[in-house]
Design a protein around this ligand. Structure first.
Ligand code: ADP
Ligand code: MG
Length: 344
């Protein structure tokens, strides 16, 4: 009898993770929250230890043709800290694993670690270990971040209540359009190496792609304002996909309004130039590394004057679905089109 073979693309990235998660048996009561959130929660007495890990692969997540190594080092750390932030936790330590082909020089590794160091300084995390290997298939980076959070302040994806207000920090879609510009300039350069890339006009969106920031500033400000969100996730795969994670984890529907989405002018202008709708970039682009969270209606007063927190909709009952009210007042359903590497 032939053995059954299922293509990974049939399940997709999230289906595959679900499948792995179903086979896992937790053995320690300290493993309070495992697979399925931005980071794991581990009971450490009076607080939780928060643990998250992420991988960056050359040719999949970055292209060294336009990604300076120093920025890459910074980004590898920042995107992990972003998952720590998404639990309302504070980072403490990181480990960094690298696999390198022999075309790398010591100076290249040093440039990468200059970026790692800058991120460690900025986010107040200590580099405490890692692993080093050669690689046959490009530059491989894996970072693990450890943080801590008081038990009553830990925030999962699952805590939202019907009527809670959906908030998003910063602005969306810029990193995706920054990537499109970098790809375009790379093609121009490959066709004619005399041509120097023209990036001044795109400084903001290119910066968002090359040097994302984990929003630890928001975590500290929420604490100072006395607001504990009811659910939270960071936006790595695009707002649409992350909204669906909140919906699923909280067993609720989401309703957002297109005209409330925070989108920078440079994102709009570049989208117009490239024929990419800015709303589509915000929903499906990814790599924004902003925070998406829900608050009780009562807490709105405390946040409503915050310049960098935007209120984009509310949680509703599951049966009302996951919807976006467009600028033209049409209702469209929200679909996940994030970076699903296996189904692309
Ligand atoms: P994020 O985008 O926040 O980094 P992911 O979508 O990568 O989250 O992961 C979602 C959850 O699945 C996390 O809890 C993560 O630890 C877990 N996960 C992802 N891949 C694996 C794997 N290969 N084995 C076990 N758990 C995994
Ligand atoms: Mg995340």
């Amino acid at each position: 009898m032939e053995e059954k073979r299922t293509e990974i693309s049939e399940l997709g990235e999230f289906g595959l993770i679900d499948r792995i998660s179903q086979t896992v048996e937790i053995q320690h009561p300290e493993s309070v929250l495992g697979i399925g959130d931005d980071a794991a929660l581990i009971d450490s007495g009076d607080h939780y230890t928060v643990l998250s890990t992420d991988m960056l692969l050359e040719g999949i997540h970055f292209d060294l043709a336009y990604m300076p190594l120093q920025h890459l080092g910074y980004k590898a750390v920042a995107i992990n800290i972003s998952d720590i932030a998404a639990m309302n936790a504070v980072p403490k330590q990181i480990t960094v694993n690298i696999g390198m082909s022999n075309r790398f020089s010591v100076e290249a590794v040093e440039a990468f670690y200059a970026g790692v160091r800058a991120a460690c300084e900025n986010f107040k995390a200590d580099l405490v270990g890692g692993d080093t290997s050669s690689s046959a298939s490009g530059f491989v980076i894996s970072v693990t971040a450890i943080g801590t959070v008081k038990k009553e302040k830990a925030i999962r994806r699952s805590g939202a209540q019907s009527g809670d207000i959906i908030c998003v920090t910063g602005d969306l879609g810029a990193a995706y359009l920054g990537l499109q510009v970098l790809e375009r300039e790379k093609q121009v350069f490959l066709t004619n190496p005399e041509m120097q890339p023209q990036l001044e006009k795109y400084d903001y969106i290119v910066g968002r792609q090359l040097r994302p920031q984990a929003r630890m500033d928001i975590i500290h400000e929420l604490d100072e304002l006395g607001v504990v969100p009811t659910s939270m996730i960071d936006i790595s795969d695009g707002l649409g996909s992350e909204l669906l994670h909140l919906s699923r984890a909280s067993s609720l529907g989401v309703r957002i309004f297109e005209d409330k989405l925070p989108i920078d002018k440079q994102t709009y202008d570049t989208g117009y130039e490239l024929g990419i709708d800015a709303t589509t970039a915000a929903l499906n682009g990814g790599e924004d590394y902003e925070l998406l969270f829900t608050i009780r209606e009562n807490d709105l007063e405390k946040l409503k004057n915050h310049a960098d927190i935007h209120f984009i909709g509310d949680m509703q009952s599951l049966k009302d679905g996951n919807i976006m009210v467009t600028k033209g007042e049409n209702v469209v359903s929200i679909k996940a089109q994030g970076w699903d590497h296996y189904s692309r």
